[in-house]
Ligand binder design. Structure first.
Ligand SMILES: Nc1ncnc2c1ncn2[C@@H]1O[C@H](COP(=O)(O)OP(=O)(O)OP(=O)(O)O)[C@@H](O)[C@H]1O
Ligand SMILES: [Mg+2]
Length: 506
């Protein structure tokens, strides 16, 4: 008797400990999934179903219940759901009691109910979750080794239903909090912005502007530092506009010399220049009906600026070497990470073009202005690295998230994305399941103890500065090369040079 009691206490403790292990989850779905796997295994059940309702959310927008199934086909899940209104589950919810039926077919309480007969359900174990106020239900069906569920199984299921509740409550609470305090939500409903992470006020401001400009056929000028998401916003505007079904064509104005850029943009008649051996269509033609995105528009030479202005004013252009005007139907979105007003003052950018483009200016905030988005962004990039690189399951450790939130990211979202991806690769290489701070900030100086008196932020900054300085030095300040090696955008390297105050030693 004593031995039995001891075994029982050990089982109870083991269950609780396993739930505690799952307790670090921050989202309810993966938590429920693993929790259900746990009970299904413990009970040796063939099928399992777990459903939780959030009844404390705002009544104006009742949320869908969270449900997870194991070992069930779609039809079986539908059958189980049907039992909520009349059947085993309805009975358990109504009485607040666990139902244990050796064979539901023989049980007078259920044998008339359609779903039981159709399914020839044998052993069933159904425990309500939350006795006074049922939040959900745990439903197990069929023993793997035939026969009924045991009394032990019932005790385990009831303990599970009791112990899982505080975890579920916490996850639901946090989820509601996130939901209620998300100022981007009203705008997200109007846009296709799933891949755009962030719930800060700064992001909400940008999304509000996107909802305003997207449906209008006006030019947009997006400004902001490198890696803040200008290209992504341009795409979002296009995808949310009436032109969404037509092409979105990008042209980076800094990549080609002036004459080639013009023919790239407007096309060229046969023989217009040495490489135009036949008629070439330009990007304006390719974007017909859609959107033309001009990245780094400040780099456009004055000649091309004049032609772009003409296109915007008359929706007509002349391909290089042709005197025949071509009609165009494009919307132009431009982006720049340099100060166009300063360029205007230097006479490098046409004022009339500037005002034509800047019908509605949109500024992407630096990551430093929305540090509250860092944790979500880092988790997103970690999950994306796992998926695209096919790494084993990985998540960011709480320490790594905190470090990411406080570190400076002069290269903004792009830099954070690269750092998290690299960290995920290192963590996977070590065979651990969490990305730690040391993966995210690999700092040989710190390891040698030379930087112990610095804050973490300062140490990270110093490392980046030294790293970039050395790289540039070794590559004779060839910025393109210095960008290629650590896989950074060229414009980002320029920003870093400015931010770190690096200078070429002669
Ligand atoms: N809010 C965001 N959510 C998810 N990913 C983002 C977000 N903002 C930026 N990114 C990602 O960060 C990277 C850099 O973004 P993007 O290319 O749009 O920046 P950019 O401002 O155009 O940079 P550049 O000035 O160098 O052209 C991209 O991979 C993009 O998908
Ligand atoms: Mg860009």
């Amino acid at each position: 008797m004593e031995a039995e009691r001891l075994e029982d206490v050990q089982r109870e403790r083991a269950l609780y400990r396993k739930l505690l292990d799952l307790g670090h989850r921050t989202e309810i779905e993966p938590f429920l999934d693993e929790a259900l796997a746990l009970v299904v295994e413990m009970a040796g059940a063939q099928r399992g179903y777990l459903e939780i309702r959030d009844d404390r959310g705002p009544t104006s927008s009742p949320t869908k219940p969270f449900s997870i199934a194991r070992g069930c086909s779609d039809v079986e899940v539908a059958e189980i759901r049907a039992a909520f209104s009349s059947g085993v589950i309805a009975e358990a919810l109504a009485t607040g009691k666990t139902i244990l039926a050796a064979s539901a077919l023989d049980d007078p309480r259920f044998k008339d109910r359609g779903s039981v007969r159709r399914n020839r359900i044998e052993a069933v174990l159904c425990a309500p979750i939350g006795a006074s106020r049922p939040l959900g239900v745990l439903y197990l069906q069929g023993k793997a080794e035939r026969g009924p569920f045991s009394e032990k199984n019932r005790v385990d299921a009831e303990r599970f239903a009791r112990d899982v509740l505080p975890f579920v409550d916490r996850l639901l609470f946090e989820r509601r909090l996130r939901h209620d305090s998300d100022p981007t939500r009203p705008f997200r409903k109007l846009l296709r912005a799933e891949g755009l992470i962030g719930r800060s006020e700064a992001v909400a401001k940008v999304l509000r502007l996107v909802t305003l400009v997207a449906p209008l056929d006006i030019s947009v000028l997006i400004t902001g530092a490198s890696g803040t998401g200008k290209t992504q916003i341009a795409r979002l505007i296009h995808d949310s506009s009436p032109r969404a079904q037509h092409p979105f064509i990008e042209l980076n104005c800094s990549t080609l010399p002036a004459n080639l850029l013009e023919s790239e943009l407007f096309g060229a008649a046969q023989g217009a220049h040495s490489t135009a051996t036949r008629k070439v269509d330009g990007k304006v033609a390719a974007a017909e009906g859609g959107t033309l995105f001009l990245d780094e528009v400040a780099e456009l030479a004055l000649g091309a600026q004049a032609k772009l202005l003409q296109l915007l004013q008359s929706m007509e252009y002349f391909p290089l070497g042709s005197s025949k005007a071509v009609q165009a139907n494009v919307r132009v979105i431009a982006a720049t990470n340099t100060d166009l007003r300063a360029a205007m003052a230097r006479g490098e950018f046409r004022e009339d073009l500037f005002y034509r483009l800047e019908v509605l200016p949109m500024r992407m905030p630096a990551l430093a202005e929305r540090t509250s988005d860092v944790i979500e962004l880092a988790s997103f990039f970690c999950a994306r690295a796992v998926e695209t690189l096919k790494l084993p399951e990985l998540e960011m450790s709480p320490g790594a998230l905190l470090a990411a939130e406080t570190a400076p990211w002069p290269g903004n979202v792009r830099q954070l994305g690269h750092a998290v991806q690299a960290a995920a690769i290192f963590a996977a290489g070590e065979g651990v399941s969490q990305v730690e701070q040391r993966h995210l900030f690999r700092d040989p100086e710190a390891a040698r103890g030379a930087l112990v008196r610095l804050t973490f932020q300062e140490a990270t900054w110093n490392f980046q500065k030294e790293y970039l300085g050395k790289t540039l030095g070794e590559l004779s300040w060839n910025v393109s090369e210095a960008a290629r090696v650590p896989d950074l955008a060229r414009s980002h390297v320029y920003n870093l040079i400015k931010a770190f105050g690096l200078e070429r030693k002669r």
